[in-house]
Each structure stands twice: as structure tokens, then as C-alpha cells.
Ligand binder design. Sequence first.
Ligand SMILES: [Zn+2]
Length: 281
Amino acid sequence: MNLNTKQVTWNQNRGVGFLTFPALERLPFLSHAFSTRLGGVSQQEFSSLNLAFGRGDSDRNVLENYRRICAAVGLKADSMVSSAQVHKTVVRRVGRQNCGEGFTKPQMEGVDGLITNEPGVTLVTHHADCVPLYFADPVRKAVGLSHAGWRGTAAGMGAETVRSMVREFHSRPQDLICVIGPSIGPCCFEVDFPVYEVFAGMKDLSPQDWTREDGGGKYHIDLWQVNRRILMSAGVPDQNIFISGFCTQCHPDLLFSHRASHGKRGGLSAFLALRGNSDAD
Ligand SMILES: [Zn+2]
């Protein structure tokens, strides 16, 4: 399989397929990945690398899938931290004491963004069309990872994550490298008027550039471009923002898509960590 583009690298290791992004591959102090459906133990609609708990697959399968992708990417499974996402913009700073939350320990509720400056802490967010936002600060050596569906995108999740890194780690927005990861693309994200209205109202972000009226009460929105504009408005330079350009709904064999599957699906995860001295690679 060759899915490589300028912004996405296809990887396969130990039978597990995952995506990485050249913009982050260039940063030797971090490890990152975005999962695919390939290389897990789950069956039927969860086939096969389902990383979502609580959708009908067994926890045992999901944990085994996490173990497999961590081994493939070179992450320690017991270093993962995740939270229960609610399509809002709460960003939480985590550290080593939080490792295991959402996997072997209870998770914090109501958090859609995670940031850390501690090596060996793997941030994990959950996706199946919603946009993953990766943040790396090569100067302060800090990272952030956020979940931004259309609600989170419209509420400014990208800018909120930047502000959190500025506040907690004294990051400068102009130093940040951001990747807008695989998610539902402008090709497929069709919405009705109430959702369109939310985005069309973002007047200072030139919505005419990333919304389209199709007629019949249907509209298309480019969530990648909205997120790009929001990150720029938070001070991240345009040349530091990379859009993976990979649509989940266009790749149903490779990625879980909520829309493509009408909700009968497993889940994907994004991973981001500062490398520790003792990491495998
Ligand atoms: Zn698409």
C-alpha cells in the first residue's frame, strides 16, 4: 500500500498500519502517530484495530489493540493518558502521575485537549471524523494534542490549546508546529443550515474561503481550513501549520469514519509524546 503524500507517511510495523506526518517526523524529540484499522484483533465493524472503548467491542480487544499499536510506534503502553471527550474546549495539563488514565485507571471527564512537558507521557485523543490537532514546541520542549469536531473547532479548540501551552509552558505561538490530522474533509463534510450558520458567522476568519453553499439547504465546510485560520489567529505562523489532507470518510477501509459507517464503527486514536531517555527508539 502506498498512501504517502507530502503531508502524510504510511507506516507498517509488526503488522500494524499507522500514519505519521513529515512536519513532526522532523522533530527528533517527539514520537507521534495516527492509527488506522489495520493490525488489530477486533472483528466485524470493529475490524480490526479498534481503539474505542464502550462501543460494543470487548475491553480486552481494545487494550490488546493499544498494546499492538504502541509496540509498532515505539511507545510504552503504560505511558498513555487520555480523557473523556465532550466536544468542548477544556485543555488539561498532564504528567507522569496521570499515565494510565483512560486505560488502566479512571479517566477525567470533560477534557478534549491534553498538554505536557514531561517526557515519557503519551497523550492520546479519540477520533472517527473529528479533527486531531497536534502541537509541538521545539523551544520549550512541550506538546499538545486536541480533539476538535465541528463543535470544538467552532468553539476555538485550536486557539485554546495554544493559549494553554503559553500559560503552562511559556510557549511562544510563533514557535509552535501544528498538524491538522486525518478527519472528515471538505470533500465530505456536508451540513445543514444551523451548522453552516455557526461557521458563516466567524466573520473575522474569512468564512467565504472555506464554506460552500450547495443549494437545497445543504452546505460544505472545510474544517481543516477553519482550524488553520483559528491557529493563525492565535499567533501560529501559517508556514508552521500543516494540513494532512487525509479524509476519514474517503478511506473507509483504512480508517473508521462515523459518517461513512452510520455510527457502527470502531475508533481511531492520535498519539503524541516527548521522548524519554529510556524509550525504545
Ligand atoms: Zn472525503
